[in-house]
Design a protein around this ligand. Sequence first.
Ligand SMILES: [Zn+2]
Length: 274
Amino acid sequence: MIQDIAPHRLRNDFSAGRTPSAEDRLLSYRDNAVLSAADGLRLPRIGDFSVFSAHYAFSLDGVPVWLTMQELPESDAWHFVESKDYRMQVPQEIAFACTVGESLHRWYRANRYCGACQAEMKDSKTERALCCPNCGAVLYPRINPAVVVAITDGDRLLLTKYANRPFSRFALVAGFCEAGESAEETVHREVWEEVGLRVKNLRYYKSQPWAVADDLLLGFYCEVDGETKPTLRDGELKLAQWFDREHIPDDYSTISLTGEMIDRFRTGKISVDK
Ligand SMILES: [Zn+2]
């Protein structure tokens, strides 16, 4: 998955009072595109540009990385790379860092002013938060929890395809947690809404910070319970089809939790439930 960058390490610890230095790395975005060296995925140093202000983002292998809200100028040496392109590139630790920065950039941009009193928000000095100096409102980055569900029936796995999205590869049932709902309840509701099936024996697998959409994905394997014929119910999918383990197509994302869950079933690393 995209966050599996060991031995490299991205640390989110908030460093209060840190001041940028010319050697620190810099993130600059134009919408969902990040500024990178033109000859490969590489972040500029602060000293490469005239930057007036920046938020501390995180460290990568011990090097501080800062996020400027300025859209820095392109040149022969530096250009913007779209999110859908850079996240498939190497070095993977840079691609992952760019997705995390993209999420922070979206959050800072959307919360420049207080939603309650419209005063200009300021960085908290003690944590990753924005504070309103007028009314005292405090905002934290908002992350959306969602589930990814691998439904099995013995040696079969249910694969799906989205109806109205650019992503055209095979996927799994997935959806956002609603207010007042546990992740397990989301699994049951989404499976019913998307493919009209009941499931049992939920097993939590792993999570993935899918920062390109501000999501935290929670992966579950579960078994179909009763009726096995899928029914497309809410129009979100154009296909839901059972595949025997040996016939699962090798056509899924390699950087996503979804892809890893399909791959683990396909290659026999997940046990058969019947
Ligand atoms: Zn306010």
